[in-house]
Design a protein around this ligand. Sequence first.
Ligand code: NAD
Ligand code: TYD
Length: 339
Amino acid sequence: MNILVTGGAGFIGSNFIYYMLQKHPQYRIVCIDKLTYAGNLETLRKAMENENFRFFKGDITDRKAVYGLFEEEGFDAVVNFAAESHVDRSIEEPEVFLRTNILGTQVLLDAAKKYGNIRYHQVSTDEVYGDLPLDRPDLFFTEETPIHTSSPYSASKASADLLCMAYYRTYGVPVTISRCSNNYGPYHFPEKLIPLMIINALHKKELPVYGEGLNVRDWLYVEDHCKAIDLILHGGRPGEVYNVGGHNEKTNIEVVKKIISILGRDESLIKYVTDRPGHDMRYAIDPTKITNELGWYPETTFEEGIKKTVDWYLSNKHWWESIVNGEYMNYYERMYSGR
Ligand code: NAD
Ligand code: TYD
């Protein structure tokens, strides 16, 4: 198989590339990535040594470049990770989210349609379902849960999902969608909760917890997400949505305290700061469908995964130090000073 992976210089896309190169050594993987602030070629350095891997710097909204790549490569499948992915940035500046997440998806779908109804997988998110109340632990997101978005980020991802379904129904493009819960693991950009807390705790900097820290996220180790996408790509039914999550709900404050305890820091570093506007309370996935249809289950427990992740950040300082010392500092100041 020759697979186009978009957004592969980011967190999950890069983990997926490494997963696929190892799991299917005979496959060719081509990555297109615009290398925005969240994309980092250093992340793909090892992949570049593999002759079955090619990196192409390009924007998924650039129709000419995308069509050119499809003509040159003759892809069998597309997996679309490329996106603006951070909720806080979407609140500051929504437009680029609409451009990349919606229009970029449309260009890729058009290419999949034009070059022979190529198998297309859309990497979506549980955030398209909105949130669940804290006092109803019996409720979970299923694939039938109505779309009900809160942030410009989740609205853009939901729009892309609807477009994918329209291309399946109207043009017969063999599309699948996965909606996964929050991921964590290596190469996670430092603006997101878990890497931000690890890096700040290492520097004995304040740990900014939004609101009361009681919001719940359903954390999944990134490799388990990669395994799910591989299973869907090979065995998923076109036109179907698959929820991915491992029943691992934690409040933010629990996650932050866990990181503090692994790193032997003091809880006095915690600082409760002004809440995120429109902040979703609880995400929780029911993964019954993917488990029953494709035999997926999560292999890494949170206990194991969070230790592996902290270890990774400790052993790969060169990867994140260049990020946190650059333009990221301006973002951090803008987002957190005086909050
Ligand atoms: P990320 O921000 O780490 O990486 C995104 C990548 O896309 C970057 O390499 C960036 O350079 C690239 N990109 C952005 N705009 C582009 C464009 N116009 N053209 C080409 N490349 C572009 O994001 P992530 O956390 O790895 O998320 C990947 C996908 O998974 C996203 O679609 C996201 O919505 C989805 N998702 C993420 C999570 C999570 O917990 N991180 C959970 C569920 C779903
Ligand atoms: P985040 O990693 O941004 O993922 P998402 O909003 O897509 O779930 O945030 C995870 C949770 O952590 C979310 O409830 C917001 C919260 N959070 C903080 O409390 N402090 C922070 O500095 C960040 C980045 C997030």
